[in-house]
Design a binder for this molecule. Sequence first.
Ligand SMILES: Nc1ncnc2c1ncn2[C@@H]1O[C@H](COP(=O)(O)OP(=O)(O)OP(=O)(O)O)[C@@H](O)[C@H]1O
Ligand SMILES: [Mg+2]
Length: 285
Amino acid sequence: MKPSPSHSPSPAPAVSASSGDSFIQLRGVEKAFGTQRVLRGLDLDIYRGETLVLIGPSGEGKSVLLKHIIGLLRPDAGSVCFDGTLLEDLDERQLRPVRRRIGYLFQNAALFDSLSVADNVAFPLREARVKNEDEIQQRVQEALEIVELGEHAAKMPINLSGGMRKRVGIARAIVDQPEILLYDEPTAGLDPIVTDVIDHMIRRMKKRFGITSVVITHDMGSVFKVADRIAMLMKGVIYFEGTPKELRSSRDPLLRNFITGRSEMTMRSGWGDRAPAHDNPIHPD
Ligand SMILES: Nc1ncnc2c1ncn2[C@@H]1O[C@H](COP(=O)(O)OP(=O)(O)OP(=O)(O)O)[C@@H](O)[C@H]1O
Ligand SMILES: [Mg+2]
């Protein structure tokens, strides 16, 4: 049982296009690699316009879950429904228009080292066969300006800092104007100031473009700063889902340990004194 769920998902695999404002639904999703069962009947809804933060111990399957949303991995059982379309019904070619609606920031930013910043960001447009080179350049420049890298278009990835690489990854994820952004650890390994910049950027995407976001992070400071809702993945299922307030007031020892442990870590990195003051200082409910 989930300690304090905000709603009860319907039983697997009852998914339909008419599930209220639920944009993406995962029902009864199972995924194993060999004998390792990673996802074990996972249910999760992602609502249109929300920022859902996905937390959980390392190796529990957070990145694997994200890859199911974009159809890079397919479930062994259960279903993933994207805006009324069951992904299992689509082949690789049919998945392309769905993927165009999704921006994905990979865990390691995954830039092409042989391409300049501008060409990295242009990549999804060229993949989508946008032909007009002036339009490509304009959209690339706009995306780079949103992540405050407008001056760095000609640089090669090897000459960028870790924070800049992440921001190029974000620019590439947003360049094709997706409806949903999936961020896999956008601030991992970054200092608190750059982390702050990226957290603001995530909020800005939502405010400016109404984008739905899923953010995986281990940084509890970031969690409370960007989340409308939080889901915790553990032992292959969503162990908790609820608002930041519900997470903070939970008495579940496992959740408490997770928050406290992580909060102490973020305090050591200079964030903690700001994090617990309000559910969401940038975006109060
Ligand atoms: N393609 C794959 N083949 C085999 N095993 C995989 C594959 N992808 C993921 N795994 C395994 O699935 C488990 C979950 O991996 P995943 O990357 O989703 O963890 P995570 O929760 O994102 O961890 P972290 O917080 O460290 O990024 C790991 O044990 C990983 O080795
Ligand atoms: Mg991961």
